[in-house]
Design a binder for this molecule. Structure first.
Ligand code: AMP
Length: 417
C-alpha cells in the first residue's frame, strides 16, 4: 500500500487544496507510486513511471500537474491547452477526467475530453475558449488538430498514460506526431505497466533526463498464496466468516475490514461466537495496539481483525490465512494484504468475501494480478454459501456509480481505518 510507512500526502509537498481533495476522496495515505512519483512531478522533472492500473498511478501524475498549473496562474489561449494527457482508450480518458475533476474541486482549473466514437461538435465547442487540461485519445486529437480546432503549441506538460497499451493499439506513429508538435520546453511523463523496446525508444526520443520510478512489483508474493473468493450477500458475510474461522482457517489469521467500526463489529461477532479475536485500528491507543499485537504473536489471540492502516508494519510469521471481509478500494492493497501470509517461504491461503456490490473492485484486482479469481460468480473449489440477493432498496446499482458514491462519501472518510 505504501512506499514508506511514514509518508503522508502533505509530506509530499502537495498544496492545501489538493490535500483537502484527496481527503474528500477518502484517500488516507499515498500509494507507493504516488510516494515515488509526486515529488519529481512537482519539481518539474520528466518521469518514467512503471505502474499498472490499480496502483494509484493516475493521482501520481494528476496531482503534481494540478499543483503546477494552479501555481502558474496563466490562462489557456483559444483552442489551446496548458497540459495534455494522452490515453489509449475512451474509457481510460474518461476515468482520468473524473479524477481530474475530483482532485481539482477546490481549484479553478478547466478540463475537457477529446476522444473518438462520439460527435466532434461538442468537443470543438469545449475547446474553443481553451482549457487548462485536455485529456485525449491520439486519433481524435490529431483530427481536431488537422481541422484547426485544437492546438498543442502552448502545452507545458504532457502525460502519456498506459504507453504500452498505446503501442499495442498501433498508436505509436500518432503519438510521435503529436509530441513533435508540442513545445520543446515542457515536462513529459510517461506511464506504462511494461517497458518494451519501442516504449524505451519513445522515452529516449521525447523525455529529457527522466527520473524513473516503479510501483512495487506485485506478482511475486502471490505465487505461493492460494487465493479463494467466496461470493456472498453482504448480510451473510459475518456468518460465512465465522464458519470459515471454525472449519478452515483454524490457525493464526488476519481478517481485514475496510473501516474501524467494521473491525469492531466483526470482532464482537466473532467473540460472541466463541472465537478469540481482537481488533486493531486507528481508534485504539498505542498501548491497546501493542497488547493486541503481542497477544497475536504469542498465540494468545488467534485472530486479528485489522484495518489496512493499522495492519501496516505488522510483520508476524506463521499467519496461515488472510481473510478479506471486505475488498479494498485500491487493488494494490489486496496484494499487500494477502502478502501478510506466506512469509518466510511458507505457503498461505487468502480468502476473500465478495458481495455483489464489490464485483467491480474484484475485477480491478483480477486485472492487476492478471488472474481470474471468480468465474461467473463462482470460484473454483468454493461453494457459494448463498446466492447474492437483489436488494429491495436498489443497493445493487452499477459498481462504478457505487464506487464513486462511496469514495466521495464523507462518512467513509471518517469511518475509514
Ligand atoms: P489507478 O491506479 O490510478 O487507476 O487507481 C486505482 C484506484 O485507487 C482508484 O479507484 C483510485 O481512486 C484509488 N486510489 C488512488 N490513490 C489512492 C490512495 N492514495 N488511497 C486510496 N485510494 C486511492
Amino acid at each position: 500500500m505504501n512506499g514508506n510507512d511514514l509518508t503522508t500526502f502533505s509530506d509530499l509537498g502537495l498544496a492545501e487544496s489538493l490535500l483537502r481533495a484527496v481527503a474528500a476522496e477518502g484517500y488516507e495515505t499515498p500509494t507507493a507510486i504516488q510516494v515515488a512519483a509526486i515529488p519529481h512531478g512537482l519539481a518539474g522533472h520528466d518521469l518514467i513511471g512503471i505502474a499498472q492500473t490499480g496502483t494509484g498511478k493516475t493521482a501520481a501524475f494528476v496531482l503534481p500537474m494540478l499543483q503546477r498549473l494552479a501555481a502558474e496562474a496563466t490562462k489557456p489561449e483559444p483552442k489551446s491547452c496548458r497540459a495534455l494527457i494522452l490515453a489509449p482508450t475512451r474509457e481510460l480518458a474518461a476515468q482520468i477526467l473524473d479524477c481530474i475533476r475530483a482532485y481539482s474541486k477546490f481549484m479553478k482549473l478547466t478540463a475537457t475530453l477529446v476522444v473518438g466514437g462520439v460527435k466532434p461538435g461538442p468537443q470543438i465547442a469545449a475547446m474553443a475558449r481553451g482549457v487548462d487540461i485536455l485529456v485525449a485519445t491520439p486519433g481524435r486529437l490529431l483530427d481536431h488538430m488537422g481541422a484547426g480546432a485544437a492546438r498543442i503549441d502552448q502545452v507545458r506538460s504532457v502525460v502519456l498514460d498506459e504507453a504500452d497499451q498505446m503501442l499495442d493499439l498501433g498508436f505509436m506513429p500518432a503519438i510521435r506526431r503529436i509530441l513533435a508538435k508540442t513545445p520543446k520546453v515542457r515536462q513529459t511523463q510517461l506511464f506504462s505497466a511494461t517497458m518494451p523496446p519501442a516504449i524505451r525508444a519513445l522515452a529516449n526520443d521525447f523525455l529529457k533526463n527522466p527520473k524513473e520510478v516503479q510501483a512495487t512489483p506485485v506478482s511475486r508474493p502471490i505465487e505461493r498464496i492460494t487465493q479463494k473468493v467466496i461470493a456472498t450477500a453482504a448480510e451473510d458475510k459475518r456468518a460465512v466468516l465465522t464458519e470459515i474461522l471454525k472449519t478452515e482457517a483454524k490457525g493464526r489469521t488476519i481478517v481485514f475490514t475496510r473501516t474501524k467500526h467494521g473491525a469492531d463489529r466483526v470482532t464482537k461477532h466473532l467473540n460472541a461466537a466463541g472465537l478469540s479475536a481482537v481488533a486493531i485500528h486507528g481508534n485504539k491507543s498505542q498501548n491497546q495496539r501493542t497488547r493486541a499485537l503481542d497477544g497475536f504473536k504469542s498465540s494468545e489471540t488467534r485472530i486479528l481483525v485489522a484495518t489496512d492502516i493499522a495492519a501496516r508494519g505488522i510483520d508476524v510469521d506463521g499467519i496461515e490465512h488472510v481473510v478479506n471481509f471486505e475488498l479494498p478500494n485500491v487493488p494494490e492493497v489486496y496484494v499487500h494484504r494477502i502478502g501478510r501470509t506466506a512469509r518466510a517461504g511458507a505457503d498461505g491461503i487468502a480468502i476473500t468475501l465478495c458481495d455483489p456490490m464489490e464485483r467491480k473492485l474484484l475485477r480491478d484486482i483480477e486485472r492487476l494480478i492478471g488472474r481470474t479469481l471468480l468465474q461467473d460468480g463462482h470460484a473454483p473449489n468454493v461453494e457459494s454459501p448463498r446466492p447474492a440477493q437483489q436488494k429491495p432498496d436498489g443497493r445493487n446499482k452499477p459498481a462504478a456509480a457505487r464506487n464513486r458514491r462511496r469514495k466521495s462519501s464523507p462518512r467513509r472518510m471518517s469511518d475509514a481505518a
